[in-house]
Design a protein around this ligand. Structure first.
Ligand code: ARG
Ligand code: ZN
Length: 491
């Protein structure tokens, strides 16, 4: 991590306008034609295996996504990732095994995994040696025998090397996404396409799975990851941490953070484990940013429904990561995060994590909602009048810049003002139209219906329409119109 990563990736309060301009300028300077830089593998006819029926064909090289080509793969559905990593902090080299349990969704003669860089030494399918090849970010596996539709199978990939952050056209303000090796240690921040930088996977948010993540590092480093810390083992001058995430999780929300941390162990909502990882030199002020975590979770719990996961926590990086990421159960924060950022990442546990985006065009369902939750927390702590002023400030800037619709922000502006600033106004307009009671009932129903699954804008609109007779025209205009509409209450 270095200072070139310091550009903002989220835009709380007054900083957003500058951030949007910087982002727009960065995109123009890069002249990025995002779709052409995305990996694309043209499928060839399946290489027939000895016993394969004619129905056994190649799994697709991608899950179709309006904004990304080549992400994820078809023909199977991952149930579980079992990762075992040995990390040498000095050289940056990892030695790893990723054991995947998946279910075939078609008769499969071969299938793809996503993997960026790294060396693959061996692939076993159902414990039998399989042949494989690499093509860009695709790892193409040909099992000895075909995989019948509906059958559960295992794939074990032995791999290693020095992981590098993967370039991502949706996140042009950082050099890459995924595994970051820094002077203080390692931080994994993968949104959107960076999970493939550290393990072979089905790297699309549509395929959620459970995880077990075992990491061995030299002393005195500590490993934080998703879910529950189930075991810590001593191994001489090294130490092993075993984490288990039992709630289904998208690949981009998996993380491993390795540094010399102070760990604060408390209880979260309903007594679930809450672990906060802090730099050993964190100031009182930096620690205080997390002091109201339980209060924030209780506040959101009342409005969005019960906290959705088995654990909660935080990792405060030593580095300025250019923002934060809502890694499931344990968000990773760049140094400099404030309480508003904590509210934002905690809200993502409901919106983004528990209810995932069905594809990357749907990002406002993550960022618009989490940014509106920030506004709710602001309203709660600072009062309705101050919150209205905050909303007016955002509105004025949206109008001045004529910021486009959250329903289709475009890949190069994916993390821009459309979803982060106009997105929350969509929800404000909904709340103004239907009133608090119906509004929060809609949010709870949204989480309830799509729990551990996915949302689409169409499904959210359908839920809103069936929940009210109110006039939703301003809500629709803010969500879809090419031009930023006039909002009379914010004029
Ligand atoms: N979802 C993050 C947030 O809470 C932004 C992540 C941007 N992506 C990245 N690789 N830095 O706003
Ligand atoms: Zn966010």
């Amino acid at each position: 991590m270095n200072s070139s990563l310091a550009s903002p990736s989220r835009f709380p309060g007054r900083g957003w306008f500058l951030a949007v301009l910087l982002l727009a300028a960065a995109c123009r300077a890069a002249g990025s034609d995002a779709s052409s830089s995305a990996p694309l593998v043209v499928p060839e006819p399946a290489g027939a295996t000895a016993d394969a029926p004619a129905s056994a064909t190649a799994g697709s090289h991608e899950i179709p996504d309006p904004y990304y080509q080549g992400l994820g793969n078809g023909g199977y559905d991952v149930q579980h990732y079992d990762l075992v990593l040995d990390v040498d902090l000095e050289s940056g080299v990892i030695e790893a095994v990723c054991r995947i349990t998946a279910r075939a969704t078609q008769d499969l003669a071969r299938f793809h995994l996503d993997l960026y860089g790294l060396d693959v030494d061996q692939v076993l399918v159902r414990d039998e040696e399989a042949s494989f090849e690499r093509e860009g970010r695709e790892l193409i596996v040909r099992p000895e025998r075909f995989l019948p539709a509906g059958e559960e199978f295992t794939v074990a990939v032995r791999y290693g090397g020095v992981p590098e952050p993967a370039p991502d056209p949706g996140v042009p303000f950082v050099p890459g996404v995924g595994w970051f090796r820094t002077p203080s240690g390692v931080y994994v921040v993968s949104e959107c396409s960076g999970a493939a930088s550290w393990f072979p996977c089905n790297d699309h948010p549509l395929d959620k799975a459970t995880y077990s993540i075992e990491v061995t590092v030299p002393k005195p480093y500590t490993v934080a990851s998703n879910g529950i810390l189930v075991e810590e083992r001593d191994a001489g001058d090294r130490r092993t941490w075993l984490w288990r995430a039992s709630d289904p999780m998208s690949t981009y929300l998996a993380t491993v953070c390795i540094a010399e941390f102070d760990v604060v162990v408390e209880e979260g909502p309903g007594g679930i484990p809450m672990r906060t990882y802090l730099p050993t030199d964190a100031t009182e002020e930096e620690r205080a940013v997390f002091a109201r975590t339980n209060e924030i979770l209780a506040f959101f719990g009342e409005r969005f429904g019960p906290y959705p996961f088995e654990s909660v926590g935080a990792v405060l990086s030593y580095e300025n990561l250019g923002g934060a990421l809502e890694t499931q159960t344990i968000p990773v924060y760049g140094r400099g995060a404030d309480e508003s950022t904590v509210a934002h990442e905690l809200a993502h546990q409901w919106f983004g994590d528990c209810v995932g985006p069905a594809n990357w065009q749907e990002l406002w369902l993550n960022e618009g909602f989490a940014s509106y939750a920030e506004q709710l927390w602001f309203e709660h702590t600072e009062g309705a009048e101050a919150a209205l002023e905050r909303g007016r400030g955002m509105y004025r800037m949206l109008r001045a810049a004529n910021v486009g619709p959250p329903a289709d922000p475009g890949l190069e502006q994916l993390f821009g003002a459309s979803v982060y600033v106009r997105g929350p106004l969509v929800l404000q307009a909904l709340r103004d139209a239907v009133g608090d009671e119906t509004f929060f009932a809609i949010l709870r129903a949204w989480v309830d219906r799509n729990h551990d699954g996915h949302g689409t804008t169409d499904a959210f609109v359908a839920l809103c329409e069936e929940s009210t007779e109110a006039d939703l025209s301003l809500f629709f205009a803010l969500l879809y119109d090419a031009d930023m509409p006039v909002v009379p209450s914010l004029e």
